[in-house]
Design a protein around this ligand. Sequence first.
Ligand SMILES: [Zn+2]
Length: 472
Amino acid sequence: MLPREHQEAIMNIRFLGAARTVTGSCYLLTLPKVKALVDCGFVQGASDARDQNREPFAFDPRDVDFLFLTHAHLDHSGLIPRLVKEGFRGRIITTAATADLLAPMLQDSAKIQEDDAERISRRALRKGGEPVTPLYTPEDVEKVLPLIDRSTYGQIRDTGRGIRCRFVDAGHILGSGSLELWYPGQNGEKKIIFSGDIGRKGTPILNDPTLETEADYVVMESTYGDRLHKNPEDTASELAGAVTSTFQRGGNVVIPAFAIGRTQDILYLLNRLVREGRLQKLTVYIDSPLAEKATKVYLSHPELYDEEARRLIARGGIGDAITIRFTQSAEESMAINRIRSRAVIVAGSGMCEGGRVRHHLKHNLWRPECSIVFVGFQAKGTLGRKIVDGAKIVDIWGEEIAVKARIWTIGGFSAHGDQKELLAWLSAFKSRPTVFVTHGEEEASLAFAGLIRTQYGLKVHVPEPGEEFPLQ
Ligand SMILES: [Zn+2]
């Protein structure tokens, strides 16, 4: 039985981010006496992303009781330190592995914020303008960590405020979850599921996404709602082909990759290819202190691995056939730039928007013997997207760099389910939920919503940014 003050309540959901776009995940749930957020992420890629991430929140952070966090990627978590800085004192409910990844992830983000602010301030001062302050600092991140409340998959939690919650494995990155919320509806308790980012069947290391069967409402991602991925074996062959042909030409392979998830997948696959004799022994430079920390978090959670990864660990580890070099200092990072051939360099950010990968692009992009291998989604407006779309010249820190290297796009690595896999996830439902399609570029979300309507006859919305709906 619900407490009396909740009986008349109707929950509203407002789509504050990732509505008709991929990034900036943030949904606000409002009951008369409770406010909760699901995710609070960065807008990434857009030319005005910097400004968008500084826009005032559409709510008062001091009024928010809970933040449910589906996973550690910055487009879901990047604004949390700002939220806390502006007065949020509630609980951040997430899985233990997400919590472990979140600390280094946000610290790294804070450093990037500080560096950016410093660079922009220098330029502004030279022009006679005013310096800018960073969006948040490492000290702000420290204030986030005590608010985290760790959950495990499958554990039903009562928030004590009329809402119960549970995370199940979404198979996207370590710790990623789909979030189930039970709340007081018009005629008794109702259930809404936030898919979070839905992983793929058979990806390295992680379990397949958990299939849900029962909900009144579903908020569902659609990053690849209009596309199909290549199968994993083609992906492995393509990667082997890219590395072998580049080495034959005497160049390096640069792989822009998210520090969390993709980097570990690439290590796992390169190791497998060498072990199977499909690649010669090679050295992989992981040029990202964050990727090193994230890899350690991955290694500390073997309980979350799938069968194959557990077997591999039992036989000696996920990196036993290749040489892995982690670089910590800027000097070590720069030393990689002197290597002219036969290096595989993995660095962030995955969309080339920041981080050390820009240095490696500057040193390798203009060399026809090198390859740049894209293994992840490239959002509109990002440097990565420009290169993938065939730009002949790109701007890196105000310098024009010719694009002469061979550009590969290996789609099969995605940590997101493709159209078929998203539909399979939805088809597991035995109830007939109303579906909100989010977290996709507009064309992808609309195409996917159309499919849901025609194939399942479900009620579907593709919310506009800021749009609000009652959840009865
Ligand atoms: Zn993600």
